[in-house]
Ligand binder design. Sequence first.
Ligand code: ATP
Length: 360
Amino acid sequence: MTATPEVQKSIEEVYTKLQGASDCSSLLKKHLTKDVVAKNKSKKTRLGATLLDVIQSGGENLDSGVGIYAPDAESYTLFADLFNPVIEEYHNGFKATDTQPAMDLGEKNVGELADLDPEGKFIVSTRIRCGRSLQGYPFNPCLSETNYKMMETRMKEIFNSITDPELKGTYYPLTGMDEETKKKLIADHFLFKEGDRFLKAANANRYWPNGRGIFHNEKKTFLVWVNEEDHLRIISMQNGGNVGEVLARLIKGLNLVAAKAPFARHPRLGWLTFCPTNLGTTVRASVHIKLPKISAKDDFKKICSDMKLQIRGIHGEHSESKEGIYDISNKQRLGLTEYQAVRQMYDGLKKLIELEKAAA
Ligand SMILES: Nc1ncnc2c1ncn2[C@@H]1O[C@H](COP(=O)(O)OP(=O)(O)OP(=O)(O)O)[C@@H](O)[C@H]1O
């Protein structure tokens, strides 16, 4: 199977557009070389995905940080000429010959994670999420409407079977959810945003809102997103800085779901996700934090990036910080264990709080 001449022409057009875009600094632009285009433009996965499916979001959104997505699991192998260097650069030097370590969520270590901010002076809230793909289904651009609905039905059955008093809750499909409820869930940081242009350009928003929804317990401290960017996003969050409590709840919830739904894992890349930035552990552990003194300094971004921390705005990726509150998380998700990913955030934040306390 080979890509049509039209698709190959579109791939070349994306390449030319990126090379001519002086304002673009995405990893796609850097690693989509003439040679990579020539070697890969005619390839097609067994499900029919091409290099165009991989690069079209970054081609349309020149402000992308990364710019590529995997339309199916095979893409990570078939288009390795592009994925491997992007993965290596994003995940702290994870090489094509490296392998994701076995899963270690840190069950035995949660006790080491004392509250980062017991006096409640800095941290507004803590959240740890991981992504999962259900075995047997491709990713967004290759999913049919029936696939989305079947996955949602399967997940509803699993949610209904949860009896743990802390975790049990209700699934709310996006279809039929009233605008007011939706807006409030998004504003309160519980639900994913709609109409993300990066995902739209990657063909990830088809048949919306069918098959999409959110499960949460009564306190909204354990949540599962269904069919947004990934098949599943499993989330634990609460106010304050008690990372240990948040992690313990995530582990409990993840184990419950995993016992009923087999997830797709790659022998080298770990848990599989739609975006290569989430491969491996898929863990993003974040706090919403106020650091008025050090965040005003010129070297704040550098201090964070030296500690492998990522800074986002208050409403998530591609949003701005408001009222001096930042979303700070681990950046690397591949090439370390789940516990180490959480620890990367934890140790870095401990240091940032010390610096804030010491700042004049
Ligand atoms: N520590 C936190 N406390 C409260 N809300 C949070 C925290 N971290 C992230 N959020 C909220 O979670 C929502 C999703 O954020 P965002 O999309 O950036 O991250 P994500 O779910 O990790 O996925 P992705 O990295 O794929 O974008 C946003 O509303 C964001 O404000």
